[in-house]
Design a protein around this ligand. Sequence first.
Ligand SMILES: C[S@@+](CC[C@H](N)C(=O)[O-])C[C@H]1O[C@@H](n2cnc3c(N)ncnc32)[C@H](O)[C@@H]1O
Length: 316
Amino acid sequence: MYARALENEFAREVRAGLTRPGQKTLPCHYLYDDVGSALFEAITYLPEYGLTRADARVIQAHAGDLLECLPPNIVTAELGSGTGTKTRAILERLQQRQTVTYFPIDVSEVALEKCAQDLGPLGSVFPIAASYLDGLREVAAGRADGQTLLVLFLGSTIGNFEPEAATDFLYGIRSCLQPGDALLLGTDLVKSVELLRAAYDDPTGVTAAFNLNLLARINRELDADFDLRQFEHVIRYDAPLQRIEMHLRSRVYQSVCIRAAELNVDFVPNETIFTEACHKFRPEQICAMARTAGFRMEAQWTDLEWPFAESLLVVV
Ligand SMILES: C[S@@+](CC[C@H](N)C(=O)[O-])C[C@H]1O[C@@H](n2cnc3c(N)ncnc32)[C@H](O)[C@@H]1O
């Protein structure tokens, strides 16, 4: 029984997730503290993680086609930009026809800093440390007449949402936009389970470290005593839901104290905390989701080496 609400949002969400009946969970956006962001960046270089390279290949090959579909005077905003590495190809193309104004939006300040440093020479870069839609609302509120907003949501980050929440999220984006504005949506496509298993459980253990760091972050920020060696990174592929699930599995009976969340939580052997879902898509599912959210599919480009789609959606 808690007489007062916790003030710290992280503590509140951790307590809610770990006291949830049935499957314990933790929200995946907390994976990205400074350490988590650095580990994610390392994941993108892993030979097993073909997703980022496929995304980059499609963008590199079609940045020109993308801009040809859009009117002049573009302002670009990117949701969950991270370091914005792949976005360079779009901004370089854009720079050939207009001055570049780019708003990377991310919860990770360290990633935003690197993004601004790397892409700053291409134009005016205004990093926004905020959650996706708060950041986008800020950009939309400041737009001038005659500008078209191009929103980037790359890296298949949309796959972290449950299917219904993904459509609601696209609708949330659409609600910040005006007819003619556009969304470039990167989505990882359904592929062989072997490829996915190797990508999300790499033999060097970088993805495991990325996942376990969530417990380390709770220790650091919420005065908790998770023994990281008593948890292990495990993944599951749920074929009907077309998704990889990342979990942290308790090796033993154990009790963990999270002081800032005013919580003692028990684990039995093999019990897991569900930390992230990575949904995979079929091209027709992307079309359906986009249509429901109020977009029309203007173009879709795919990578065949690592099935991945980049969809240009325009607000109707
Ligand atoms: C899967 S990574 C993708 C990074 C980059 N867009 C890419 O394609 O490589 C997700 C990014 O979104 C950021 N992020 C996660 N949840 C967020 C949220 N709710 N609001 C804003 N950014 C978020 C993370 O910090 C991280 O940089």
